[in-house]
Design a protein around this ligand. Structure first.
Ligand SMILES: [Zn+2]
Length: 252
């Protein structure tokens, strides 16, 4: 389980077990040892080793940050240097256009090995893929938080008369397409409103950037936000999950 969620956690747990046995440590000491080992590995060793595998850690301060620090704690914020460069540049531009605005990323990739999947994402296995959070404005005027704890699962559903892929995919038997809403809690409680202006600007900056290969959002949002001229904004297919709660982007 630790390997699936964090890539290196399983190996570290195994090392801890061996050490704890050799030194006859009790459970509490073993657990503390695992915690220390895990933190040192995640925040000192992995960032230093990732470049060997063509990856680098995304920042967790500045104009580009994780929506949830757990993303970094679980080692899910590694991307290629090109993608990092692109994102930092775009996040700075967003901050310039919208004073104080922070761009939040969600899941990226693990630090090592092409082909090692970042479950549940189908394609985040080569450092070139990253999910970004939508922007929201809170009733109290603050602009840098979101209603969902993990940034996924709060859908901007199709309106009456809009193309409705969530319904189409469900009818075709793809039960997983909208699964996230079943266990994601909306913490916003009506306090949040999607910031269309900022979200649309971010998507446009991404779509116009020379390094971008593809962006996935739901077709009804592409239509609603008048992004039809961008051929690199595509529909991800029914085998994936809905993309009206976040933006998926990938570089060449
Ligand atoms: Zn994605």
């Amino acid at each position: 389980m630790l390997t699936i969620i964090t890539q290196v956690g399983g190996v570290l747990y195994f090392l801890t077990l061996l050490t704890a046995k050799a030194f006859k440590l009790n459970q509490l000491k073993g657990l503390a040892m695992f915690g220390v080992l895990y933190l040192i590995t995640s925040f000192a060793i992995l960032p230093a080793m990732a470049p060997v595998f063509g990856r680098t850690a995304l920042p967790f301060t500045g104009n580009l940050k994780p929506l949830n620090f757990g993303t970094c704690l679980l080692n899910r914020h590694y991307v290629t240097p090109e993608l990092k460069y692109q994102l930092v540049e775009i996040a700075d531009e967003m901050n310039k256009q919208f004073a104080g605005s922070v761009t939040h990323y969600l899941d990226g990739n693990f630090p090592f090995f092409n082909g090692f999947p970042l479950i549940p994402h189908l394609s985040h296995n080569d450092g070139k893929k990253l999910d970004l959070a939508f922007f929201y404005t809170k009733k109290d005027g603050s602009i840098n938080s979101a209603p969902g704890f993990i940034g996924y699962g709060i859908y901007e559903s199709p309106a009456e008369g809009e193309v409705d892929y969530p319904a189409r995919c469900r009818e075709q038997g793809y039960w997983q397409y909208g699964i996230l809403s079943s266990f994601v809690i909306n913490l916003g409680n009506g306090d949040y409103q999607l910031d269309v202006d900022r979200t649309r600007t971010l998507i446009k900056l991404m779509a116009e950037h020379r390094l971008t290969s593809k962006i996935f959002i739901e077709p009804h949002l592409k239509q609603r936000w008048e992004l039809d001229q961008y051929k690199n904004i595509r529909f991800q297919g029914c085998r994936a999950v809905r993309h009206d709660d976040h933006i998926h982007t990938q570089v060449r």
